[in-house]
Design a protein around this ligand. Structure first.
Ligand code: ZN
Length: 204
């Protein structure tokens, strides 16, 4: 990582099929929420199920963006220049709490609920990044940034107009369809085209 993130900014319902699988429409403007930096873990760390609060924890494989320079009111070109690289990211979610609460701090904020892989700083076309999720070796999600409702350059610019982005900040760009449950003993893996990978076992 560049620096520890001051915030993790997440985008909800940014893939049509995923919005539909949970019974939602895609939003007219980006749906933004935050995860606390205390939720972060790396590849090889354990996802700990918060069994006291939730009985339905799910994986969400996503393309993560790492910000490299301070961005405030950035246009799309400036925003792309401020992008340090991409990471495989798992936006772990307590789906039952997400349904009960009108905002998602609890559902998204537990310790170990943001799994982040190695930073890929090499060449990448942000319009065609593929993200794959495997649960116990079986593919469960596959999507590309080409399917996003709000594309990556737009998202960086848009978020930088809501709040100043600082070096190290993370953006989780939304999950494709195929989300599903995690159980104790599972191994879940998110991969961006062999360039970044995060693999975590689950403990309940
Ligand atoms: Zn998500």
């Amino acid at each position: 990582m560049i620096a520890p993130p001051s915030k993790i900014v997440c985008v909800g319902r940014n893939y049509r099929e995923h919005a539909r699988e949970l019974g939602n429409d895609v939003p007219a403007e980006p749906l933004i929420f935050l995860k606390p930096p205390s939720s972060l873990i790396g590849s090889g760390d354990e996802i700990v199920l918060p069994t006291e609060f939730s009985s339905q924890v799910e994986y969400e494989g996503e393309i993560g963006l790492v910000i490299g320079s301070r961005l405030k009111n950035a246009g799309e070109a400036e925003g792309m220049q401020g992008l340090a690289g991409v990471v495989a990211l798992n936006d772990v979610t307590a789906r039952d709490l997400q349904g009960r609460d009108s905002q998602w701090t609890r559902a998204k904020g537990f310790d170990t609920f943001c799994c982040v892989g190695n930073l890929w700083t090499g060449d990448v076309n942000v319009g065609e990044i593929e993200v794959v999720t495997r649960l116990n070796g079986q593919e469960r999600q596959r999507g590309t940034s080409a399917e996003m409702v709000f594309p990556i350059p737009f998202l960086i610019s848009y978020i930088s107009r809501l709040m100043t982005l600082l070096p190290g900040d993370l953006i989780a760009t939304g999950t494709p369809s195929g989300v599903g449950r995690l159980a104790s003993g599972d191994v879940v893996e998110i991969e961006l085209m062999g360039r970044s990978m995060v693999r975590n076992s689950v403990r309940g």
